[in-house]
Design a protein around this ligand. Structure first.
Ligand SMILES: Cc1ncc(COP(=O)(O)O)c(C=O)c1O
Length: 353
C-alpha cells in the first residue's frame, strides 16, 4: 500500500469517529426506521427511510473517503450495477462489456435491458484496447477480469472512449479502491460489489456506485430513491465494521497470494497458473474437471464456495456457471489464514493429485 492509500485509509477510519462529541459511541448506531419526525414544511433531509438513513450514510462516508468521490450505496453489487446502467443508458444506446467479466452484468443486458432497446457487444478484456469504441455510449471495464484475470489499461481506453463521447464505467470489485482507483485513471463511474473484500467477512451483500460527476451522481441517487433500493442498516453496519480492517486484510491476502503464486509456479498438477501481479485471486488450471474438484474438496484449508474476497480462502470451478473458461479452471481467492499454514496445506493437496 503506498502513501496515498495510507492517507485514504486514515480518512476512511476516521470519517465517522471525527464527527463525534463527548459521550457518543464510536461505532455508527444501527438506525432502523421507516419514518422521521416531520411536521410542517420539510426542512430536513431525513424525510423517509427509502431516501436516507444515518447508518447507510456512515458507510457511504467511509467508502467515499477511499474513492475520493461521492458514493451511493446499494443492497448488492448487482443493485449497484443495475443503478449505474439504468442511470446512464437510454433507448438506442449500445454498451460494450467484457466477455470475460462478471457474467450477470451480461445477463442483465441480454435478458432485461435488451427489452428497453439497449444493445450490447461483449469483447474479451485483452481486445478492448483495439476495439472501435465509437459505436458505444457506455464502455464497461473490469480489470483484472473476473474470472479470467486478464488486464486492460483503464487510462488509455478511457481516453479513446471519451473522444467519441462514451461514458466509462469500471467494475472495481476485484481490487477495491485501495489497490486501484479507476476515477483517478479517467473513468466516469465506479461500481463495486462490496459483498467481497470491502465487507470482507462473507456475512452480507452490499454494493456501491462512485462518481465525481455531479449530474451522474444525481441520476444514480434518484434511481435508488425511485426503485427503492436503499441498503439495510444492519448490512450497512457490517460493511462499515468490515471496512475498518480492509487494509489489514488486503495486506495479508495480497502478500500470501504473491508468495503462493511463486511457490505454485512449476507444480506439475497445475497446467497453467494465472496471477495478475496484484490482488488476491489466482487462476489455476487443472487437467480436468475431476482433478479440479478433487483439489477444491480435498484441501482442508479451502472453503468450497462461490464468491471471493473473504477471510476464508475459497475456490470454485467457474465453468459450472458457464463462464468461458476451461472445465479444469479454478478461481482461488486467498483469504486471511496464516500464510505458511495455508500454502503448506495447498502444496500437500497438490502433491496427492
Ligand atoms: C466482479 C463482480 N461484480 C459484481 C458482482 C455482483 O455482486 P453481488 O453478488 O454483491 O450482487 C460480482 C459477484 O460475484 C462480481 O464478482
Amino acid at each position: 500500500m503506498n502513501k496515498d492509500s495510507s492517507d485514504l485509509v486514515m480518512k476512511m477510519i476516521h470519517a465517522h469517529s471525527d464527527q463525534l462529541s463527548n459521550g457518543d459511541p464510536i461505532s455508527p448506531p444501527i438506525v432502523t426506521t421507516a419514518k422521521y419526525k416531520l411536521s410542517g414544511t420539510p426542512d430536513t433531509p431525513y424525510t423517509y427511510g427509502r431516501d436516507i438513513n444515518p447508518t447507510v450514510e456512515a458507510t457511504e462516508a467511509a467508502i467515499s473517503a477511499l474513492e475520493q468521490a461521492p458514493v451511493v450505496a446499494f443492497p448488492s453489487g448487482m443493485a449497484a450495477i443495475t443503478a449505474a446502467l439504468m442511470a446512464t443508458a437510454k433507448a438506442g444506446d449500445r454498451v460494450l462489456v467484457p466477455s470475460d467479466g462478471y457474467y450477470v452484468t451480461r445477463v442483465l443486458l441480454e435478458e432485461i435491458l435488451s427489452g428497453h432497446d439497449i444493445a450490447f457487444d461483449a469483447v474479451p478484456t485483452r481486445e478492448i484496447a483495439t476495439t472501435d469504441l465509437s459505436p458505444y455510449a457506455i464502455v464497461w471495464l473490469e480489470t483484472p477480469s473476473n474470472p479470467g484475470l486478464d488486464l486492460c489499461s483503464i487510462r488509455s481506453i478511457a481516453e479513446t472512449a471519451h473522444e467519441s463521447g462514451a461514458l466509462v464505467v469500471v467494475d472495481n470489485t476485484t481490487l477495491t479502491p485501495l489497490l486501484q482507483r479507476p476515477l483517478d485513471l479517467g473513468a466516469d463511474m465506479v461500481v463495486s460489489s462490496d459483498t467481497k473484500a470491502m465487507a470482507g467477512h462473507s456475512d452480507c451483500l452490499y454494493g456501491h456506485v462512485a462518481t465525481r460527476d455531479e449530474a451522474l451522481f444525481q441520476k444514480v441517487w434518484k434511481w435508488r430513491k425511485v426503485s427503492g433500493t436503499i441498503p439495510d442498516p444492519f448490512a450497512s453496519f457490517l460493511v462499515h465494521r468490515g471496512l475498518m480492517t480492509l487494509e489489514l486484510r488486503l495486506q495479508r491476502m495480497c502478500e500470501t497470494a504473491a508468495i503462493l503464486a511463486e511457490r505454485l509456479d512449476g507444480q506439475t498438477a497445475i497446467k497453467t497458473l494465472k496471477y495478475p501481479g496484484i490482488g488476491f485471486i489466482l487462476g489455476l488450471s487443472f487437467e480436468s474437471e475431476a482433478i479440479a474438484e478433487r483439489f477444491i474438496d480435498d484441501c482442508p484449508a479451502i472453503f468450497a464456495s462461490t464468491s471471493f474476497g473473504g477471510i476464508h480462502t475459497s475456490a470454485e470451478r467457474r465453468a459450472r456457471w458457464g463462464d468461458q473458461v476451461a472445465d479444469g479452471f479454478v478461481r482461488l481467492s486467498v483469504g486471511c489464514e496464516p500464510t505458511e499454514a495455508l500454502i503448506t496445506a495447498i502444496e500437500a493437496t497438490l502433491a496427492t493429485l
